[in-house]
Design a protein around this ligand. Structure first.
Ligand code: AHR
Length: 499
């Protein structure tokens, strides 16, 4: 058995956790919208056609924001097609499908209300530009008396849709992106779009596109040039990461948080370098608005496109997640908590059917994939002050990252004065964690929630939806401010402590 030590002190704080760290993402892609959140005729569909069984599962996640409508999709999208009575069918060049525009802006905002969340809306800065970005803010947020706000009212929504958080395009450094741009070109476009959008509604917040990945040749220089153009006008810069275990190297796969934290630190460094150069007071924070495991469905997608190019709601990116994928997601969520001072928004990509924690069958059931659980735990118990975890963990060696801690931890002081400890044990042996909560006085263990399965490749299906699901963990001992808990090999734990 391994042993690890952790020190927590109520005065060693990383910062207040922005609840938007537990966001998600819905793109017009595959069966995310059509057959995912929306399926008129389904036994649980409401009067608008939204599946209420899916809404119930989303509500349990308590998501503060859902990014929409893309993704790559947005870079060729005309938002006007998605409002009012005339909804043209269009080719979506990003995902080689036909977009029916049956669900659009009003429907999505209504779904958000029903699901207890709020929209994070991406504008098209690929094939369109600042003028069009201005128009949609006017349509959504201006009370009335102008072309676009009156059009919203005519379309049935008297009160503004009041969208507070906006993305300035998507992955604009990616050569695959419709309207792909050079850094300087995008930086200028983003600055002008931001000026016009905030001109209409100065209270909105804007996320500018960072590089679409840490591994991009544009990374770093892109952030520098873009921010040099628009620093004063934007609030956040985006980061995207997808992880894969296609190589079958689970120790390296589970340690991907090492590279992810390098990515976060590097983006902070560039933001602050631009800040220094500009003698700026304000800080640009980070929006990690696409993250997940993505590799299981790649081959299947090629087959789908061979069979049915330009089909509607094709079954694309339907990754079936296993238990080790859930462990990685748990580790990623702890990393967000440890960087809560600068990472303010994060979106698990995506939410339903498309690389998603929730799956649906047409006319049938919906169920939670393995990855649903760590997101639910972090969202429910990861709000408050992020405490600095001083961790002394045993290590393992792995091919990609060298020597890494077998444990990943984060600790959150909640508003009731309780401490919630999040622990990933990515090693295959049990590990006894001894936590010294020196300044908290006597604490006791309220609950130990454990996600564990003997088979790292175990999955949930419609027939066996609770194969990988949380259970009560072994708990441990509390002796004054000292807590010891057994963390089984390959497990994710939430340990809830109270005074
Ligand atoms: O989430 C799937 C795709 O991944 C998004 O459309 C794009 O932004 C990213 O490359």
């Amino acid at each position: 058995m391994k042993q690890a030590k952790l020190i927590l002190d109520r005065d060693y704080r990383i910062g207040e956790i922005d609840p938007r760290l537990y966001g998600s993402f819905l793109e017009h892609l595959g069966r995310a919208i059509y057959g995912g959140i929306w399926e008129p005729g389904h036994p649980t569909a409401d009067e608008e056609g939204f599946r209420t069984d899916v809404i119930e599962m989303v509500k349990r996640l308590q998501l503060p924001v859902v990014r929409y409508p893309g993704g790559n999709f947005v870079s060729g999208f005309n938002w006007e097609d998605s409002v009012g009575p005339d909804r043209p069918k269009r080719l979506d060049l990003a995902w080689k499908t036909t977009e029916p525009n049956e669900v659009g802006l009003h429907e999505f905002c209504s779904w958000c209300q029903k699901a207890g969340t709020s929209p994070m809306y991406a504008v098209n800065l690929g094939t369109r530009g600042p003028e069009n970005a201005r128009d949609i803010v006017e349509y959504c947020n201006h009370p009335g008396g102008t072309l676009y706000s009156d059009r919203r009212i005519a379309n049935g929504k008297k009160e503004p849709l009041d969208i507070r958080l906006w993305c300035l395009g998507n992955e604009m450094d990616g050569p695959w992106q419709m309207g792909h741009k050079e850094a300087h070109e995008y930086g200028r476009t983003a600055a002008e779009a931001a000026k016009l959008m905030k001109g209409v509604d100065p209270g909105i917040e804007l996320v500018v596109c960072g590089s679409s990945g840490y591994g991009m040749s544009t990374f770093g220089a892109w952030e520098w040039e873009v921010l040099n153009e628009c620093y004063d006008r934007v609030d956040y810069i985006s980061l995207h990461s997808y992880w894969s275990n296609a190589a079958g190297d689970s120790p390296s796969f589970l340690a991907n948080t090492v590279g992810m934290e390098d990515f976060i630190r590097s983006v902070i460094a560039v933001c602050d370098a631009v800040r220094g150069r500009k003698h700026a007071k304000k800080k640009i924070n980070l929006s990690f608005d696409e993250w997940n495991v993505w590799y299981h469905s790649r081959e299947q997608d090629r087959e789908v496109w061979k069979r049915d190019k330009w089909g509607r709601a094709l079954p694309l990116l339907e990754d079936v997640y296993n238990f080790e994928d859930a462990l990685l997601c748990g580790g990623v969520l702890t990393a967000f908590m440890r960087h809560a001072d600068r990472v303010k928004i994060a979106c698990m990509a995506q939410l339903v059917n498309v690389i998603a924690p929730i799956m649906t069958r047409p006319s049938g059931a919906c169920w939670a994939q393995t990855t649903y659980w760590p997101l639910l735990h972090a969202s429910r118990f990861g709000r408050g002050q992020s405490l600095l975890p001083l961790l002394d963990s045993p290590k393992y060696e792995c091919g990609q990252w060298g020597s890494v801690d077998i444990l990943e931890t984060a600790a959150v002081l909640d508003e009731k004065g309780g401490v919630n400890l999040f622990c990933l044990n990515r090693g295959d042996e049990d590990c006894l964690l001894e936590a010294d909560l020196r300044s908290f006085g006597a604490m006791h263990i309220l609950e130990h929630i454990l996600l564990h399965h003997d088979d790292p490749k175990a999955v949930n299906t419609a027939e066996n939806p609770m194969n990988v699901a949380p259970q009560a963990g072994p708990g441990g001992k509390a002796d004054g401010g000292r807590i010891s808990v057994m963390l089984p090999g390959m497990s994710w734990s939430v340990i809830r402590l109270a005074g």
